[in-house]
Design a binder for this molecule. Structure first.
Ligand SMILES: C[S@@+](CC[C@H](N)C(=O)[O-])C[C@H]1O[C@@H](n2cnc3c(N)ncnc32)[C@H](O)[C@@H]1O
Length: 389
């Protein structure tokens, strides 16, 4: 997010202060986006106990925790979805600005549609991480607004949806236009597929070079008849390619709810649903299978939170693991993956990992008890292949 973890609480307190102190009528419906701890939803519920509050989050782990937290609260609904599809329903929206300028802009587009005319969006970001220009973006796009608090290295903006909007440079970009996708072509020897993504997903504008290198290592010989798990699948590139190449079954998982919705979309445009399972999983831990309720217009996924599954007899686990969390380098997902992968792997099951060459993955694999080798190395990326020894 455009707020570092240690500054989040201060930032959200300031955001809530701006909302609480504003001179507005009793809201009937509130929209809250990217409130990772549920702080804003709790405060808003205390202040306006009769208001209906809808909370949208990107991280499945947050969704899981907060849907349990608010399970007995009929006023607060936590959605397993990132982009609300509401039309002029809300009296106010509160946004903790997430990481990614384009993702934030995407949120502005759905927030604008969701707000009633002349109602406010309150947003907070960290000054050092570009809050000033983000508030400017929101002001231009919604119609009016200003920075209302500058304190504790944060800025709070209050913007109103009005008719005075100026055309922004970005609002007609593919992926940012309401209900659209960004697309790029993925070509293999005999097919080209038009791959759909959205701002906010890893490498949404083009195929990542690391993913491309791993794609080159996937072949019919490698995956034919195999059970494959694409861990951290993003928009589904690696897992769906494995299904195209003849894998018997492919699991695709991520903790990013927007990524999972795009994966669903790509699987349905490629008619691959009968050979794949899409779900939410933290590294290779419990896999919460998704179903799709509706396309309106993006796939609206639901997760069976009571019955996670443990994919078994995985012949091939493929991954391009993240090495950042927010703004910090963080390889804990890889560490957790190496621990959590073991019980799922078939006897001769293998891991195929692409990673930046400077990352210490060969060492980590060895420490975690894998036989590992580097199949291919460039200055930038390496492909590691590993088996349990
Ligand atoms: C480098 S991207 C690769 C995406 C996709 N496989 C590709 O090649 O385009 C890493 C992905 O891991 C996901 N991710 C991050 N932390 C995760 C975690 N703890 N468990 C599962 N997935 C995670 C991110 O949301 C992101 O989609």
């Amino acid at each position: 997010m455009s707020i570092k973890k240690d500054a989040l609480h201060n930032a959200q307190q300031l955001l809530f202060q701006a909302f609480r102190d504003a001179d507005h009528q009793l809201p009937e419906r509130l929209l809250i986006l990217e409130d990772p701890t549920g702080y804003l939803a709790r405060q808003a519920h205390q202040l306006f106990p009769n208001a209906k509050i809808d909370l949208y989050l990107k991280d499945f782990r947050r969704y899981l925790a907060l849907s349990q937290h608010f399970a007995n609260n009929s006023q607060v609904t936590v959605h397993p979805s990132v982009l609300p599809n509401a039309h002029e329903q809300y009296d106010a929206a509160l946004l903790t600005v997430p990481k990614g300028r384009y993702f934030t802009r995407k949120l502005f587009t759905v927030i604008k549609r969701a707000l009633k005319p002349n109602t406010p969006l309150y947003l907070v970001g960290q000054t050092q991480l570009g809050a000033k220009s983000i508030i400017k973006d929101a002001t231009q796009f919604l119609g009016s607004g200003e920075t209302t608090i500058i304190k504790k290295h944060c800025r709070v903006g209050t913007c109103y949806k009005s008719d005075q909007t100026k055309q922004t440079r970005w609002q007609n970009d593919p992926g940012l236009i309401l209900d659209s996708y960004h697309t790029y072509d993925l070509s293999s020897t005999d097919t080209t597929v038009s791959h759909r993504t959205l701002p906010g997903i890893f490498s949404w504008e083009h195929l990542d070079n690391g993913s491309a290198m791993l794609l080159d290592h996937l072949s019919s010989e490698l995956v034919q008849g195999k059970t494959v798990w694409d861990v951290g699948c993003g928009s589904g590139i690696l897992g769906l390619a494995s299904a195209q190449l003849g894998a018997k079954h492919v699991y695709l998982s991520d903790i990013d709810l927007l990524a999972l919705s795009c994966t669903w979309e790509n699987a349905s445009t490629q008619s691959l649903q009968d050979r794949i399972s899409i779900g939410a999983a933290d590294a290779a831990m419990s896999f919460y299978p998704a179903t799709c309720d509706a396309h309106n217009p993006y796939p609206q996924l639901q997760f069976d939170l009571q019955n996670p599954i443990n994919p078994e007899s995985i012949d091939l686990m493929i991954t391009n693991p993240p090495y950042h969390q927010g703004h910090e380098q963080n390889i804990t997902m890889m560490q957790r993956l190496l621990e959590s992968a073991r019980p799922h792997l078939a006897k001769d099951g293998q891991l195929l990992i692409v990673a930046n060459t400077f990352l210490p993955y060969a060492k980590m694999l060895k420490h975690a008890g894998y036989d590992a080798q580097v199949l291919h190395r460039t200055n930038t990326f390496s492909i590691h292949q590993a088996q349990i020894n």
